[in-house]
Design a protein around this ligand. Structure first.
Ligand SMILES: Nc1nc2c(c(=O)[nH]1)N[C@H]1C(S)=C(S)[C@@H](COP(=O)(O)OP(=O)(O)OC[C@H]3O[C@@H](n4cnc5c(=O)[nH]c(N)nc54)[C@H](O)[C@@H]3O)O[C@H]1N2
Ligand SMILES: Nc1nc2c(c(=O)[nH]1)N[C@H]1C(S)=C(S)[C@@H](COP(=O)(O)OP(=O)(O)OC[C@H]3O[C@@H](n4cnc5c(=O)[nH]c(N)nc54)[C@H](O)[C@@H]3O)O[C@H]1N2
Ligand code: SF4
Ligand SMILES: [Mo]
Length: 856
């Protein structure tokens, strides 16, 4: 028997989305310690500083504890809302009345916002929005358009996964375009830290390309400084060296696992068989064109030009090869500032390490062995050129055949064949039209089906316009400000706001205020952060230590290797004060609004609840009942919520066919993105018809990669001579953790977290000394922020870098909002369509700035 006064309770951290298993020690009703759960496959018993500091989030005296209503009708970026306490009944009644009215008039007028900091509430909020009937659900502020809409898109098209990891068991060369993988951020933060450390001890070479000697780069074998926004040019030059100078590419992989052999006509599209419409390839032995899946193909041609009905055609690979002929290292070097010799050397190392042609036997199965991986995420792809740069970087992996095979890049949980007893959950990439990969069922967010066609947009994010857009498009605030321009026939009225601190995480806060201040904003919150300055009602949420919830399995580590691991999140203390779990509140509101049946139906669908565990749509369920059914539906009657609460985690080994799935699944992936051409044409047509083609410029919908400059590269005023960027530190999550006293203490000790890094030489030229206050003025927003300088040689001389998301100003966050607690990058970041990658509505995150020593 456990002594109820002194227990260790298994649950899951939510100080970021890595979902580390925790054990919380509760003594006499108080949590006194949080440790990593050694049984958790995600973290293997390790937590980061934020995980350990969850206690201070639970007991922070600044937490919202009761429902609040604003008394000051005036709204502004730092206008005190004049909070007054109200009852839960009054709050819920107000919300239900508003929602009922909107739902009967036009459900599209509801906007639902949620944060990736609180994935469980986000899933529920999305369900709520879908059941309510609004297309404006959910928007995640800067999540998506900051993190990796292009990267996630290619993750879907090439890896059938939301995110990717290197195969730390076998990789021997990790080429890393600025991803803190294994260094306290990115996905699977703690679990990967151990795996990367082990791989380094085993001899894996790690080369980091980053403008800043980041916490990751400083632990690598080599740091290659690069000018922000130019990674695409570097990758193109590497492709040039691989294809034209070294002749290093995996012909067998390209022939059998990509569309490399598909014939491309003069219009840039596939040449298709007349009757079946199937893309044709050229059989190099028979000397004729055949459908790509014909049974009698003797050899797929990758090179050459062929006559087809009087017109010329060439394999997609040949088109790519010709395309990169002019992108020499000599071309890329002045753009990137990476020396020509470095580009050639790294490419040669990479090519050699790939061991093209070699195989390895794992679990009795002989598989290709390609021990090179390439990673990139927010840093390299967060630019105006996101899509085309990401494409260039991805093709490095495809040329080596290092995709989802031992040693290479692994989609994170691309394929699952289910628990041995139940065969559930299960998902797998499948071949879609033209034999190309369609992402499997573990995908979060919208599904980029290769056959989706651009549609007249109906949502404030222009959803449906470009099926290449994944989540949280940067377009939403701009369209919200002017729906008529986009022929959107309604205006938003209400914002159901669950967690995101969007004033500090999307772009220029002035634009966000303008876009959202007139909405009736209901916020479920832990804190009265900056975004709640615009709220009409604030509902006190429980934090992750006070609630049951879904966990973010799709992005949680469930490491690429070893084992599947499902966790339970359960309360380690009862909710304090009047806090209520917002997932439960949503169930309650759904009832009051009369949408229980719709909500239950969406729960069945999205949680994939199978009979006999599917919900009876007319019945009212508690959250616990829903979780219990979800677990049982996946893992059988004996593995319900109670079992999970007792055991914490359920694990089973991963199979070779799941982790290294590429050789086992008959799908091809594109190295020539013909679909993008079609999407681009469609988007252009819809934009022209709608009269908004002046802002939706479609030239980046290309089948092959290019490098294009960012707005910041084109800034001509000489005083704006530096690029500002931001980066993650392991001790913070976005803006959410800055009021935590333990994390504040570490941040004060660390010389970088609260300061802005600037190159010693650059600083000397400007008369700036270490610790000086600087004025940083953005060319794009004209706004000036103040921050203290940290001088270092470990940064590109044209760059300044700030950590995470400090510079709070809410007076309700007394620790975070003190002076000298870092800087908020968003003040420097203009929000315009010009500053976005149109195919993904990803924002450009390098801002051109001028920097001077602050007066006084
Ligand atoms: N300057 C700067 N801007 C950024 C980033 C950055 O690092 N720096 N990162 C970018 C990226 S990649 C992303 S994904 C976005 C993230 O952007 P946001 O999602 O806006 O992240 P936060 O600013 O941390 O806001 C999260 C809010 O959720 C609250 N919260 C945490 N847990 C819970 C909970 O259980 N319930 C409720 N109701 N609320 C909770 C926190 O208190 C906090 O106020 O920001 C983007 N913008
Ligand atoms: N501790 C912690 N972990 C987190 C989060 C967090 O806030 N805190 N947030 C989570 C979320 S939502 C996300 S999206 C991920 C973000 O994960 P990442 O995008 O992988 O992380 P960042 O550190 O924000 O950015 C990576 C690096 O890009 C560099 N960089 C900036 N511009 C460029 C460029 O043009 N080229 C290159 N090559 N590098 C550039 C920065 O210096 C930085 O070192 O992390 C997740 N994990
Ligand atoms: S990595 Fe994320 S989930 Fe894991 S302990 Fe740290 S904050 Fe918690
Ligand atoms: Mo993100």
């Amino acid at each position: 028997m456990r002594d109820a006064n002194d227990v260790w309770i298994p649950s899951v951290c939510s100080q970021c989305y890595s979902c580390c298993g925790i054990l919380a020690h509760r003594v006499d009703g108080k949590v006194v310690k949080i440790e990593g759960n050694p049984e958790s496959g995600n973290c293997q018993g390790r937590l980061c500083a934020k995980g350990v500091s969850g206690i201070m989030t639970l007991y922070d005296p600044s937490r919202v504890n009761v429902p609040l209503k604003r008394s000051n009708p005036e709204k502004g970026i730092d206008v005190d809302p004049g909070w007054v306490e109200i009852s839960w009944e009054e709050a819920l009644q107000t919300v239900a009345e508003r929602l009922s009215k909107i739902r009967s008039e036009d459900p599209r007028k509801l906007l639902v916002m949620a944060s990736v900091m609180t994935m469980d509430q986000m899933y529920f909020a999305r369900l709520f929005g879908s059941a309510f009937g609004t297309p404006n659900s959910v928007w995640n502020s800067g999540a998506g358009n900051h993190c990796g809409n292009a990267e996630h898109l290619f993750g879907a098209l090439l890896h059938s996964a939301w995110s990717k990891q290197p195969d730390t068991d076998y990789c021997s060369y990790l080429l890393n375009f600025g991803v803190p993988c294994g260094f306290g951020a990115y996905y699977a933060a703690t679990g990967m830290a151990q795996r990367i450390a082990d791989a380094r001890a085993r001899g894996m070479r790690h080369v980091v390309i980053d403008p800043f000697l980041s916490p990751t780069a400083e632990k690598a074998d080599e740091w290659v400084p690069i000018r922000p926004g130019t990674d695409g040019a570097l990758a193109l030059a590497m492709l040039h060296v691989l294809l034209h100078e070294l002749g290093a590419y995996d012909r067998e992989y390209l022939k059998h696992h990509t569309n490399g052999p598909y014939l491309i006509g003069e219009d840039g599209c596939y040449v298709r068989e007349r009757d079946s419409g199937k893309p044709l390839i050229w059989d190099a032995v028979d000397g004729v064109a055949k459908p790509f899946d014909a049974a009698d193909i003797k050899d797929f041609a990758l090179d050459g030009r062929y006559e087809m009905d009087g017109a010329a055609a060439r394999p997609a690979f040949a088109a790519l090869k010709e395309h990169v002929a002019s992108f020499t290292p000599e071309w890329a070097s002045p753009i990137t500032t990476v020396p020509v010799a470095t580009i050639r050397r790294i490419t040669a190392e990479f090519a050699e390490a790939a061991r093209i042609g070699s195989t390895i036997v794992i679990d009795g199965k002989e598989l290709p062995y390609r021990p090179v991986a390439v990673l990139y995420f927010r840093g390299a792809q967060g630019h105006k050129n996101a899509t085309l740069s990401s494409m260039a970087i991805e093709l490095l992996v495809e040329m080596m055949g290092a995709s989802n095979v031992p040693g290479g890049v692994l989609g994170q949980n691309s394929r699952c064949l289910g628990h041995p007893k139940t065969g559930r959950p299960s998902w797998s990439p499948v071949a879609g039209p033209d034999g190309l990969l369609v992402v499997g069922g573990n995908w979060s967010g919208a599904l980029p089906y290769p056959w989706a066609q651009p549609k007249k947009p109906e949502s404030m994010s222009l959803g449906g316009l470009a099926p290449t857009v994944i989540v949280s498009p940067a377009s939403l605030p701009l369209v919200t400000l002017d729906p008529e321009k986009f022929k959107i026939p309604y205006k938003l009225e209400m914002n159901l706001h669950v967690g995101t601190n969007y004033l500090m995480t999307e772009s220029d806060p002035k634009v966000s205020v303008a876009a959202f201040k007139d909405l009736f904003q209901v916020s479920s919150s832990l804190f009265l952060d900056e975004a709640t300055y615009l709220s009409d009602l604030v509902l006190p949420d429980t934090c992750y230590l006070e609630r049951h919830s879904l966990t973010a399995e799709s992005v949680s580590s469930n490491s690429p290797l070893e084992e599947w691991c499902y966790h339970v999140r359960q309360p380690v203390v009862e909710p304090l004060f009047q806090r209520r779990n917002f997932s439960e509140v949503m169930l309650d509101i759904a009832d009051r609004v009369g949408m229980r049946e719709d909500f239950n139906a969406f729960l069945n669908l999205l949680l994939d609840l199978k009979a006999p565990y599917a919900l009876d749509v007319s019945r009212k369920y508690t959250l616990q009942e829903i979780l219990d059914r979800r677990f049982k539906s996946m893992f059988g009657e004996e593995h319900g919520l109670e079992w999970f609460q007792e055991h914490g985690v359920l694990k089973w080994p991963k199979r070779v066919e799941e982790v290294y799935w590429k050789p086992f699944v008959e799908v091809r992936v594109p190295i020539y993105f013909e679909w993008f051409l079609k999407v681009g044409e469609g988007v252009k047509k819809v934009a022209q018809e709608g009269g908004f083609d002046d802002v939706i410029e479609t030239s980046a919908f290309q089948a092959l990669p290019e490098w294009r400059p960012c707005a910041s590269h084109q800034e001509k005023r000489s005083e704006y001579d530096l690029y500002a960027i931001y980066y993650r530190v392991p001790v913070h999550s976005f803006s959410a953790t800055y009021n935590n006293p333990w994390l504040d203490e570490i941040s004060q000790i660390d010389p970088y977290v609260y300061r802005v890094a600037i190159n010693i030489e650059t600083a000397r030229r400007k008369g700036i000394k270490d610790g000086d206050w600087m004025d940083i003025t953005s060319a794009g927003t004209d706004h000036t922020i103040k921050a203290r300088a940290r001088l270092t040689e470990g940064i590109h001389p044209e760059v300044i870098a700030m950590a995470n998301c400090g510079g709070h100003w809410s007076k309700f966050l007394p620790i975070a909002s003190k002076s000298d607690k870092g800087a908020c990058f968003e003040w420097l970041l203009p929000l315009t369509f010009d500053n976005m990658d149109i195919p993904t509505f990803n924002l450009d995150l390098c801002a051109k700035v001028k920097v001077s020593k602050a007066e006084g």
